[in-house]
Design a protein around this ligand. Sequence first.
Ligand SMILES: O=P(O)(O)OC[C@H]1O[C@H](OP(=O)(O)OP(=O)(O)O)[C@H](O)[C@@H]1O
Ligand SMILES: O=c1cc[nH]c(=O)[nH]1
Ligand SMILES: [Mg+2]
Length: 209
Amino acid sequence: MENVTIIEHPLVQHKISMLRDKRTGTNEFRTLIEEIATLMGYEALRDLPLEEVEVETPIETCMTPVIAGKKLAVVPILRAGLGMVNGILALVPTAKVGHIGLYRDEKTHQPHEYFCKLPDPIEQRTIVVTDPMLATGGSAVAAIDFIKQHGGKHIKFMCVIAAPEGLERLRKAHPDVQIYVGHLDRQLNEKAYICPGLGDAGDRIFGTK
Ligand SMILES: O=P(O)(O)OC[C@H]1O[C@H](OP(=O)(O)OP(=O)(O)O)[C@H](O)[C@@H]1O
Ligand SMILES: O=c1cc[nH]c(=O)[nH]1
Ligand SMILES: [Mg+2]
């Protein structure tokens, strides 16, 4: 699976275990999601382009690399993907933020769009789509379809937990997208929830039911 990176770092695994615990409350859950996004972002952004600039050190003048331009866009899938945005902005504060609103129908499990606003122009940007949960893959595939329809080309997808079914579907639909996964779980249940998973990520981040 060359376009999939499972983040095996112990800090990420430890924090995911804390997320799974049903006793973890909203405040702690939100903080953990943000911290995991920062740790995963460090890995996912390792190929950001650099350019050389001149800097005067206390000793001499040298050419030294900095991130080239302001080329990053973070695009959370609402609502739960929002929880990961600040974790990535902690690494790249100048990134632009787009939003795609999707909810999954409880019965059909199909994604429905209710909002889309992307930074313009999108073509030259590296776009990091965030959503903690990749279950059937329907929402991630639909969000990336939208971004491509708007001209997005260089797309990465970052999720905290994936089900094998969703990962396979996303890879097939968008083989050009680099996928970063915190943990690959066992399977979906009959309600298309990830097992063992962590429940409904959006509800746990925002304290809704
Ligand atoms: O892979 P899928 O089967 O499409 O499921 C994953 C989607 O379901 C959840 O969102 P939800 O519909 O619960 O919306 P919310 O974030 O507003 O809670 C989750 O945050 C993903 O967006
Ligand atoms: O397990 C799941 C599946 C979809 N969305 C969630 O928030 N959790
Ligand atoms: Mg939800």
